[in-house]
Design a protein around this ligand. Structure first.
Ligand code: B12
Ligand SMILES: *[C@@H]1O[C@H](CO)[C@@H](O)[C@H](O)[C@H]1NC(C)=O
Length: 459
């Protein structure tokens, strides 16, 4: 594929176009037509002063994301993050010392956290699966990892299989997993990647859920879940273990691909900014060519340039896709001859001074009974929603809240004394001026006057 750069001078600003491919097409009437098929992938504005080199600047962008992800290991409080580890290990560039240090943290701190959850009979299938994928991406011997639950010592994959069986039973009775289909799919993916033959009954639950369109995120369809299910089923297909029902498996895979493609917006995003990475990973895993994902890749690069992906979780799901990899790549990872050039330059600490300008914020809380309470306050422009809620709480006007920590950051769990719990299939839904937020309380920034509605919803 011959990539060639064309530089044009437009309105005084240097702009750069990439002529991505030049192809010959055969005309349907049997005659050959010479066609210059120019796919203009990107139109990058204002590269003034720099050479017109898109490949190079894309590479630099990926390197910046990669470094930010590596840096998050140092700044992140709480438990080591297996999703971040997985993405670092899938990258083309490494800092092997920092990665092995993080592997040790996973084996100690995350291990004991999972051990505790298992002892309390909690369903942690998604976390177990990510832990498995993270260890596997470092080529760590999974058989040597064990958990002791009520004096019984069994290995990681045995525990994962048992949790999947429990989830499967729960679906059979309640028509939904204990956790959710995203985690259930992660479980199938992790078992399959580790070379475990996934029971047909287990993968069939995904196939049935696809058929009945049960993948929801709140009220909307969950692109993230379709993507994870696609990678899981593709792995099962490649393993060749799903011999009975190969047709159903193929039908589900085709439907998933169709759902993902249908979720593509005109701006290239699939679902939203934060599902596009997983969606592209799934398309690549299911055999799409990189060219077919070009618009989505460019949408993600534009997001990365505008710092949309500052949450390490968001980078961890996006970076593999931008490097044309998917979680399926873990299966054949051998960890030999790896690059070791990724270094972190010291960065100047950014001093954030609160803005002088205030914006008017209205916060409405709608409890499960439908009762509404409305509060108004001024907050410094650029505050996070979390900071705004803390200000409101401090005013002692009857508003209270609590959060629980998760890999994506603080999850709003308790508002005005009312809990919205996973066990009751309820959550506090966030919206601004009637549009659902696509970020949580600590990532969403208040830049202009608006009304935030926090509603106790069932799902
Ligand atoms: C399932 C799911 C939910 C379920 C979780 C409960 C359940 N048992 O099913 C429900 C419906 C409650 C939910 C709610 C929300 N979600 Co949600 N959710 C997911 C999904 C599909 C899978 C999460 C998961 O199970 N991960 C696997 C486990 C192992 O990881 P985990 O981190 O331990 O999982 C827990 C947390 O992720 C937490 N959680 C779920 N969503 C969110 C969102 C935020 C901001 C936080 C802090 C935590 C959180 O619940 C998970 C289960 O306990 C992800 C998709 C993705 N790409 O990650 C989106 C996702 C994480 N959610 C997202 C969003 C935006 C929300 C909401 C803010 C939506 C809204 N407008 O209200 C709310 C959270 C509001 C709040 N109270 O703080 C975004 C986050 C993007 C971002 N930059 O922050 C994602 C990436 C989807 C997307 N593409 O937009 N979500
Ligand atoms: C929200 O709606 C209010 C009132 O209609 C409007 O003044 C404000 O600009 C809107 N804010 C945002 C961020 O859209």
């Amino acid at each position: 594929m011959a990539g060639r750069n064309l530089c044009l001078l437009l309105a005084g600003a240097e702009r750069c176009m990439v002529v991505h491919s030049v192809k010959w097409f055969e005309h349907t009437h049997g005659r050959f037509y010479k066609m210059l098929h120019l796919i203009i992938i990107s139109l990058i504005a204002f590269v003034s002063g720099k050479p017109c080199d898109t490949e190079g600047s894309n590479n630099e962008l990926l390197l910046t994301l990669n470094k930010n992800l590596l840096r998050s290991l140092e700044t992140q409080e709480g438990l080591p993050n297996p999703s971040v580890h997985l993405a670092l290990r899938l990258s083309n560039y490494h800092n092997l010392a920092k990665e092995s240090e993080h592997l040790n943290k996973l084996k100690n701190h995350l291990h004991s956290d999972i051990q505790n959850s298992l002892s309390n009979s909690q369903s942690v299938v998604g976390l177990l699966a990510l832990y498995t994928l993270a260890l596997k991406s470092s080529c760590y011997d999974l058989n040597s990892v064990t958990f002791t639950v009520s004096e019984n010592n069994e290995n990681l994959l045995t525990h994962l299989k048992k949790q999947m069986e429990q989830e499967k039973e729960h679906i059979a009775i309640n028509h939904r997993p204990l956790t959710n289909y995203y985690q259930y799919s992660l479980g199938v993916l992790a078992l399959c990647i580790s070379g475990v033959r996934v029971n047909n009954h287990v993968s069939n639950k995904i196939i049935k859920a696809v058929e009945h369109e049960h993948f929801k995120h709140g009220d909307a369809e969950s692109t993230d879940t379709y993507a994870m299910a696609g990678m899981a089923l593709q792995c099962v297909k490649d393993a060749g273990s799903h011999v009975h029902g190969a047709d159903e498996l193929q039908t589900a895979l085709s439907k998933i691909k169709q759902k993902i493609l249908a979720a593509q917006r005109t701006d290239g995003h699939i679902g939203n900014e934060f599902s596009t990475g997983l969606a592209v990973q799934a398309l690549l895993a299911m055999g799409s060519q990189v060219d077919e994902c070009a618009a989505s890749m460019e949408a993600m690069r534009a997001d990365a340039r505008s710092n949309t992906y500052h949450n390490p979780m968001a980078i961890s799901q996006t970076l593999p896709a931008l490097q044309q990899k998917s979680y399926l790549t873990v299966k054949n990872k051998n960890c030999l001859h790896e690059d070791d050039t990724l270094v972190l330059e010291p960065i100047d600490p950014v001093v954030v001074t609160p803005s002088e300008t205030n914006v008017a914020l209205t916060v409405e809380v709608v409890t499960s009974s439908g009762a509404a309470a409305v509060y108004s306050l001024d907050v410094p422009k650029g505050s996070s929603l979390l900071e705004a809620l803390q200000l409101l709480k401090g005013k002692n006007v009857g508003f209270t809240f609590e959060t629980e920590s998760s890999m994506w950051g603080p999850f709003l769990s308790l508002v005005n004394g009312e809990q919205a719990r996973q066990s009751d299939r309820r959550y506090w839904h966030l919206s601004s001026n009637s549009t659902a937020l696509s970020e949580g309380v600590s990532d969403f920034k208040i830049e202009a006057a608006q009304k935030i509605i926090i509603t106790n919803k069932s799902y």
